[in-house]
Design a protein around this ligand. Structure first.
Ligand SMILES: [Zn+2]
Length: 175
């Protein structure tokens, strides 16, 4: 089981509960299949799924593009991270949400705490020090500094992957 005859393409791994979880490579998929930890999953009614083949001296392993884990414990419990500097900067890709700068980053309360703004994911954004100083204790409207995007809590990466996966499936079928 050494050489893939086709270009290496990712396989989509589904959880036991049929939730698309992640893209994995052929080798990883092969290991899961031969150790009976995953099974082929057919998404199409006619069963005409694309497959990949891996060849070794004494066998050919066919790997479907979608496989499903048959063992449990894969849907890891995920909690929304705390609203702190590290997590907010990560969500905002280390970019000031007012001007796009990536320098002197601070946290800004969109509705200032002095005006009753909460310390929550939808009210805390990354702002560079100059923007933060310019905005002061005012709302974006009061300071005429609009946000580049509406802040919201980060999504469970597995759920985010699943949403993206189904969106792409829909696009492919419409073409
Ligand atoms: Zn800025």
């Amino acid at each position: 089981m050494s050489r893939a005859i086709y270009k290496i393409k990712p396989i989509v791994l589904f959880s036991q509960n049929y939730l698309p979880m992640a893209e994995i490579n052929l080798q990883r998929a092969a290991v899961l299949l031969v150790t009976d930890r995953a099974e082929p999953l057919s998404l199409l009614a006619d069963g005409e799924e694309r497959v990949w083949q891996m060849r070794s001296p004494n066998r050919i392993l066919t790997i479907p593009v979608h496989i499903r884990l048959v063992v449990g414990g894969s849907d890891r419990i995920w909690k929304t991270p705390p609203v702190n500097r590290r997590e907010v900067l990560r969500r905002d890709h280390h970019t000031c949400q007012y001007c796009g700068s990536q320098k002197q980053l601070t946290l800004d309360h969109v509705i200032p705490r002095s005006q009753g703004g909460p310390h929550t994911w939808d009210n805390v954004v990354t702002a560079c020090a100059p923007c933060n100083a310019q905005k002061g204790a005012r709302t974006p409207k009061q300071s005429r500094m609009p946000l580049q995007r509406k802040p919201k809590a980060p999504m469970n990466p597995v759920v985010a992957f699943a949403e993206q996966f189904w969106k792409e499936q829909k696009t492919e079928q419409e073409v």
